[in-house]
Design a protein around this ligand. Sequence first.
Ligand code: ARG
Ligand code: ASP
Length: 709
Amino acid sequence: MKRIVLTVLSIFILLTSQLRADEGMWIPLLIEKFNIEDMQAKGFKLSAEDIYSINQACIKDAIVIFGRGCTGELVSDQGLILTNHHCGYGAIQRHSSIENDYLTDGFWAMSKQEELPNPELTVTFLERIEDVTDQVLDGVKKKHTEAERKEIIEKNAEKIESEAVEAPDLTASVRSFYYGNQYFLFIYKQYKDVRLVGAPPSAIGKFGGDTDNWVWPRHTGDFSVFRIYADKDNNPAEYSPDNVPYKPKKFLPISLKGIDEGDFTWVLGYPGGTSQYITSDAIRLIKEVRNPNRVAVRDKRIEVMNKYMDANDTIRIKYASKNAGASNSWKRWKGEIVGLERLNAIEKKEKLEQDFMNWAKKNKEYKGVLPELGKIYDNIEEYAVAMDYYWEAIRSVEVIRFAARFRDLIEMAQSDEQNDNWESEIEELEKQTERFFKDYVVKIDQEIFEQLLPMYFNNVDEEFQPEIKGLNDNYKEYVNSIYQSTIFTDKDKVLEALNGSKEDVKALSEDPAYKLFSEFSDVVKEEVYPVYDSLDLKANQLYRLYMKGLMEMQDDKILFPDANFTMRVSYGEVKGSYPRDGIIYKYYTTLDGVIEKDNPKIYDYDVPDRLKELYESKDYGRYEVDGTVPVCFIATNHTTGGNSGSPVLDAEGNLIGLNFDRMWEGIMSDMVFDPAHSRNITLDIRYVLFIIDKFAGADHLIEEMKIIE
Ligand code: ARG
Ligand code: ASP
């Protein structure tokens, strides 16, 4: 009898766990309440306290925000961290030149003395999370308008933040969840001395390039290695040769035991943003208008960059990071369009909205919310289009963007009052000027602008088009006249102006590039933003109500809050997929596949000789599995941009890989997760160690790590 009961129970657990998709990005503080049972039923061996605790060292203490938009994790007691190659890309690129081309050749510090400092790079630890909903909403009444509500909330949040920062190195941030139905406080500690320790050549770290980006099967060794330094007391400090390796509260052990299909895996990191609860109208706007527009503009921009990069190695290095950034979203937007179509996402949302409307008949508070939201989408399109073209076709032009940075200084110069920030602003702009010209190629920029400027005028409503003197239909000639006469393409002249008098700076307001920037930005500021922002504010208010309604309507389900670049747990299983009729995706790839793709004639697939030698001699050491080395695997963890570099962990909390991408067929998971096709792509940790150890010979790094075989 007992056995039967048990089996029935386990079937039930099996069924419910199968019914529940692996969708969701969960708040570490609430794992105990919402997820731990489900996680353990699926194979997780640890407790919620092991992930997040304020009483003991826990796994969250081994996780950092890397730079501004990625995740990294500690893997040694000497502050060693792993993240993606594409996350360290900016740093690697900045240290690169034709003589020391670390992008092409890779970089390995063979001792701590050789590690390279990165003045602008930080890593940020999460100290703790608190639910502060009541304090944040204190004083908010029904009668308040949305703008008044916002103001009260901002004031409350500021107070909470300033009271929470009890030590000098801490920062605090109150963040909204579920469109403002809930608020959490995050306390962070940021370290500022982060050094580059190692990076494979791009032919490994970016293998497959933008051709393979967002696509499975994948063979990219997307990792780089850094080290956090601290002062003698292990506290954050600006870079100094006297700093010492940071001693973490916790670092991740690495498992070489490998993975099988069906294994439990989870990811702890910083997903940047999702919009899971938007309506069918919102999806339609993205799928049919915004994404196609943005893709069209980037098509042109990327095409010009590629042309010049292919022809010249110096340009290839200078534009590598810019090109990668532009291509990445471009391709994702394209994939989202395809994925939303295939999933019938609009119809699915409409069905949910129908259910909601029916339910709202008995729940009067919610009756008007969807029709009201509908009205917003009837009105927002032309404003959204103008904004997208402004940012994609005008502000993406380098000389315009660069000139725009001078706005504050120019405004200071135009005012009669003395400004205390004058000196520091000059200093900052001098730095930015150096950085801008290090990687600037004027002919690329000019050719891009020639292509992009007409796109703005051909697609944006006439009322949002600035009247520009001298511009007729000959865009090329007009753009040329700007580049001929602006000083913002000439480093010496810019520095001269910065070192000159207040009058010299004031004169910059008449510079043709700056003037063009302000003509566009004035129109956008006066005609587009005010309406867009007020519609957006109203939409946020309605979404807050809709979200609350959705949670009440589906009270048997726990809805996760949209990602907002706060730490989250995603969990799922290692799993292949069936992308199309007749095709099965295996859940892993191997070094054999790298060699299969090898083609010295194609930049993205030019396998380094040293790797080919290792392949020939089968010198795989302990990273060998079935005569090859595993490279990547896929799983059902729900992740998004920002999760890059996140640790992918096994049931015991050991590191088994680095998250770095998602699969094309499920790429619309920021809006709708598709359990059949949404997969995160992980770089297998065994490939990471194989490259560090056998390829680079940096075994001193392996020695720092704790490896479980
Ligand atoms: N698609 C991945 C992510 O969104 C990897 C991007 C790497 N960049 C690239 N252009 N290949 O970050
Ligand atoms: N590649 C992304 C990142 O950089 C991850 C993703 O979008 O899945 O965070």
